[in-house]
Design a binder for this molecule. Structure first.
Ligand code: GDG
Length: 486
């Protein structure tokens, strides 16, 4: 159990509650408990300490009515309580689609040209952060630990302080923090930076993100002093003392490895292998998002087929694209672009008995995903920018026979931990990526094993439970001054 002090409960706030709430065919609401890594890791702490998860249930107020009741029923036996933060349709549009996904998401991933700096979005962002703060204030006791997640909620601590809440508050940014030259384009750059300084601890995925944040502090805020070294530094800003930590997020390594070895997954994996005799399977798994660099990846795969003709009929790229934010025009256009590229490349290279790209546009059942992780000799993970990228880690966890090659973008947060075992590439460099595909294809079994062993040992050590533990220890001010190797 974590040494958080006897009376401290944990209050977790994230944009979405850890539930999937959907209407079934008959129009009735259905609720499924979340199964992501964050939920898995936090549930034991919430169970031990008692705690509350606060977030938007994903519907808008006009849908409301029975949602509160559904949540209440669904969580009656859950180890933690849930408090919904309802949003109006306008709030969803301006706060979620607007400020969060048309400003912060593109800007923080270096896509400044996709930003729409609409002042109405900012007003909604402030208002919704205030709304979250009110729900948190009403639900928490003075000694509770408050842990806020991600870019939708950067101003929550500031709003809580205005309400007179003095509890310890931590914030974890799941996405990258941009370089100062990009950050300064944000019209509300100072408001957001100062709001973040109201947290006691700010956690970043990688050193790159913390370094950018410190550059921004130095450029925009006066009298900044940074003290300490290692995983957690202290920023002294005026009379504020804020800890700045690097905590690369991960997944439940043991659960992935165990489930990958299950009978179901093993059977399905054998089937997949039997369908691709004498062929290496290259796997790409990405949410539909311009940050994931899917069109670039397809072009690079094509380039590899042109430069290295021996790859033809010997490799198959299985590219899964998980539907996401399709109601936003950029995402719809991206889907069209991907589909056209897949069609063009398959049209150019297909031969009897061999189609170079198998394209899947849907989300797989977990076991299907695990079977593909196990069956694929090569994973091609080439985001243009990514906070961490859990697909890269999950792939390695599922390589229970210690084979497999991970080709990884140097702009994924995961690259800072996995540089030794992975083949790191610049996802914009068509030659580098096509070389890496060929190198992976021809890599000896011995080299594959030695690289995969290193990858798996790092990921097993710094798993999701390590992550929760390290963050919460830093939040309560315990020493976490180890070197930032994880
Ligand atoms: C954000 C940051 C950061 C994917 N396809 C299927 C499926 N998935 C699951 C994977 C993985 C998750 O989705 C994707 O996680 P990522 O980390 O790769 O990417 P984002 O969704 O963009 O996440 C990212 C993360 O937050 C955590 O901090 O790493 O940088 O952008 O877990 O397994 N799951 C199933 N079927 C699929 O087809 N069941």
């Amino acid at each position: 159990m974590l040494p958080l002090g006897p009376q401290k409960s944990l209050i977790v706030a994230s944009n979405r509650l850890p539930f999937v709430l959907e209407r079934d065919a008959s129009g009735e609401w259905r609720i499924e408990p979340g199964s992501g890594g964050l939920v898995t890791a936090l549930v034991p702490v919430l169970r031990d300490r008692g705690g509350i998860w606060i977030g938007w249930p994903g519907s808008v107020e006009s849908d409301e009515g029975d949602i509160e009741q559904i949540l209440e029923r669904a969580t009656r036996r859950s180890p933690y309580q849930v408090r919904p933060v309802p949003l109006t349709e306008e709030e969803r549009d301006n706060f979620y689609y607007g400020f969060s996904n048309e400003i912060i998401w593109p800007l923080f991933h270096d896509f400044q040209t996709l930003c729409t700096f609409d002042p109405e979005y900012w007003k909604a962002y402030e208002a919704v952060n205030r709304k979250f703060a009110r729900v948190i204030a009403a639900a928490s006791r003075p000694d509770d630990l408050i842990w806020v997640h991600d870019y939708h909620l950067m101003s929550v601590a500031c709003e809580l302080r205005c309400l007179g809440i003095s509890s310890r508050m931590g914030f974890f940014l799941h996405i990258p923090f941009p370089p100062v030259d990009l950050y300064v384009k944000l019209p509300w750059r100072l408001a957001i930076l100062s709001a973040l300084l109201d947290y006691d601890l700010i956690g970043f995925q990688a050193q790159r993100d913390r370094r950018n944040f410190i550059h921004c502090l130095r450029a925009l805020v006066k009298n900044v002093k940074i003290e300490g070294r290692g995983r957690v530094l202290t920023a002294l800003v005026g009379d504020r003392k804020v800890r700045l930590g690097v905590f690369p997020i991960s997944m439940d390594f043991q659960a992935f490895a165990r489930d990958a070895a299950s009978e179901d997954v093993t059977r399905r994996c054998q089937q997949l292998r039997a369908d691709l005799p004498d062929r290496q399977l290259i796997l790409g798994v990405d949410r539909l998002d311009y940050t994931k660099g899917i069109p670039d990846k397809l072009k690079e795969f094509r380039h590899a087929l042109i430069r290295f003709p021996e790859l033809r009929e010997r490799v198959t790229l299985v590219q899964v694209v998980v539907p996401s934010r399709e109601e936003i025009p950029e995402y719809y256009d991206l889907k069209t672009e991907i589909e056209q590229l897949v069609g063009r490349i398959n049209g150019e290279f297909t031969q009897p008995g061999w189609i170079p790209i198998q394209y899947v546009y849907r989300s797989w059942e977990r076991n299907e995903l695990l079977a593909y992780y196990r069956a694929a000799e090569i994973a091609l993970v080439t985001p243009l920018k990514d906070g961490m990228n859990l697909v890269a880690k999950e792939y390695c966890a599922c390589r229970i026979d210690e084979s497999g090659v991970l080709i990884l973008s140097e702009f994924a947060g995961a690259a800072s931990q996995l540089a030794e075992g992975a083949l790191l590439v610049n996802p914009y460099d068509v030659y580098r990526v096509s070389d890496a595909i060929y190198r992976a294809f021809t890599m000896s079994a011995e080299e594959r094993r030695s690289r995969m062993r290193k990858l798996r040992s790092t990921i097993a050590r710094y798993d999701i439970f390590w992550w929760v533990d390290a963050f919460l220890k830093a939040e309560v001010g315990l020493d976490t001054s180890e070197r930032v190797s994880g």
